[in-house]
Design a protein around this ligand. Structure first.
Ligand SMILES: Cc1cc2nc3c(=O)[nH]c(=O)nc-3n(C[C@H](O)[C@H](O)[C@H](O)COP(=O)(O)OP(=O)(O)OC[C@H]3O[C@@H](n4cnc5c(N)ncnc54)[C@H](O)[C@@H]3O)c2cc1C
Length: 435
């Protein structure tokens, strides 16, 4: 059986406006391959794309449809920032590492764009720019440090600070005291990107849907992976299941290395011109600087798409979205009467250091997980890194590829941990807020 939530149970705006899903087969006969990729989201598909390009034999095994997980339900924000700011990154990991990671991130969005162009994927990709909006003077000071670091160390002119009035003009809200504008960031329709990538990759390597890997075992020649109808004999495995790792208990400890945290999004009905003309007039996407952050953008048909930390139950019932709708109406008072057309959620895979981790869990078993809500660009970087690792090349992406990346102590208590941290972070965010 495919995993619990069927795709049809995710009533997202993206699903309602998506291109038809590609007609992909399910695995119904035993096969052999070099690399079996478990998970058909951005990570698995990008890895397959780069492996196929290098002539490495691989297959993708997806439990549901391509893009069923977070990849098809996210905010579609291709953000050129790690969770940790640039100046803090240089302070904590050294300037060389921060420079390396700057280069890797920009390379990843350029490669993502090149892939969309190469395959002609119809997913509304644009380099619209991203705003990190500061909820107080302290976070704004950190953003100012980032701009100074980028100018000094990278000679980069794509980022700048917005004053309070510039922020108000570009976002359409008076909520923020200033902001960091990154002009090279982009946006896309995430489900159309996932489906387009799956269709394109499937012309090069087999992509199987409705084919959950229910377990695997090591044998002398590699691994035998079990799906409901057939087996795969593979020399190596890539686990690309991120926050949905552990839905099927595979014989490794990867599910315990990250924490799955729900994120909820709402989309309004198309907004009247009189309302929308003052909101995001230049089309940027926004994430704010809160620890429990708010993120928002307009859809191509002028809906407000607004998200934040979700309800732990993972419920899709309207009550589980009331805090997000309240936040949206507070940030944008002109949306007080806006109808909500879509409510949906998904799981974000958080690592303890907020970086994704790419590596090998045991001989022959590779992974890339823990994007911490920044996966649109970082999955592309991870897919490239995984393909390089599988070709036997040395890789270095700073903390993304450094060991140790271990199981989290007392992992089973994570629902309680999320509650406590969310309450604590909300308190810190409220104390930092400057009007
Ligand atoms: C609501 C929400 C909003 C977000 N917004 C943004 C954003 O705006 N910008 C950004 O950069 N990031 C965002 N993210 C994060 C981003 O979506 C993820 O980091 C990224 O999609 C992870 O991709 P993935 O391929 O690793 O995992 P997923 O897309 O989650 O794919 C994992 C796949 O594995 C499959 N699977 C699981 N177990 C098995 C098994 N045993 N066998 C076969 N298949 C299996 C699942 O069915 C699933 O399709 C958001 C996430 C959410 C949930």
């Amino acid at each position: 059986m495919p995993i619990r939530e069927r795709y049809s149970a995710v009533p997202s705006f993206w699903a309602a406006t998506a291109n038809p899903h590609p007609d992909l087969p399910l695995l119904d006969r035993d096969i052999e391959t070099d690399v079996a990729i478990v998970g058909g989201g951005f990570t698995g598909l990008t890895t397959a794309h780069y492996l196929a390009r290098s002539g490495v034999d691989c297959v993708v095994l997806e439990a549901n449809d391509a893009g069923w997980g977070a990849s098809g339900r996210n905010g579609g924000m291709a953000v050129l920032r790690y969770k940790c700011g640039w100046a803090a990154l240089a302070r904590d990991y050294g300037a060389d590492t921060a420079r390396l990671m700057f280069g890797a991130l920009h390379d990843a969005i350029d490669s993502l764009q090149a892939t969309i162009t190469e395959y002609g994927i119809d997913c509304d990709f644009s380099r619209c720019g991203h705003i990190t909006a500061a909820h107080g003077v302290k976070p704004l000071a950190a953003l100012e440090n980032d701009v100074r670091w980028l100018e000094r160390e990278m000679g980069y002119e794509g980022a700048s600070i917005l004053t309070r009035s510039q922020t108000r003009r570009l976002t359409g809200t008076d909520e923020y005291v200033g902001a960091f504008l990154e002009r090279r960031s982009g946006a896309l329709h995430p489900l159309n990107y996932a489906r387009g990538l799956a269709a394109a990759v499937a012309t090069r390597v087999p992509v199987f849907v409705s084919s959950p890997v229910e377990g695997y075992r090591r044998e002398a020649s590699g691994f035998v992976l079990h799906t409901p109808r057939a087996r795969v004999l593979a020399r190596r495995i890539v686990v690309a299941t991120n926050a949905y790792t552990g839905v099927f208990p595979l014989p490794n400890d990867l599910a315990r290395r990250i924490v799955p945290v729900p994120s909820n999004i709402v989309a309004t009905a198309p907004l009247p011109q009189s309302v929308v003309q003052d909101i995001l007039p230049e089309g940027q996407i926004v994430t704010d600087s809160r620890r429990v952050n708010l993120y928002f953008r307009l859809s191509p048909d002028r809906r407000m798409v607004f998200g934040s930390r979700g309800h732990l139950s993972g419920s899709n019932e309207p009550w589980a979205f009331s805090h997000i709708e309240a936040a949206m109406r507070r940030v944008f008072p002109t949306l007080r009467d806006a109808t909500i057309d879509y409510r949906w959620n998904g799981r974000v895979g958080f690592s303890l250091d907020y970086f994704p981790h790419v590596g090998s869990a045991e001989p022959g078993v590779y992974y890339a997980i823990g994007y911490s809500g920044r996966g649109v660009v970082l999955t592309h970087m991870a897919g490239k890194l995984l393909a390089a690792m599988l070709r036997g090349e040395a890789v270095d992406a700073g903390p993304l590829t450094q060991e140790p990346f271990k199981p989290i102590a007392l992992h089973a208590l994570y629902p309680l941990g999320i509650r406590l941290y969310t309450a604590y972070y909300r308190l810190l965010d409220a104390r930092e807020r400057t009007r």
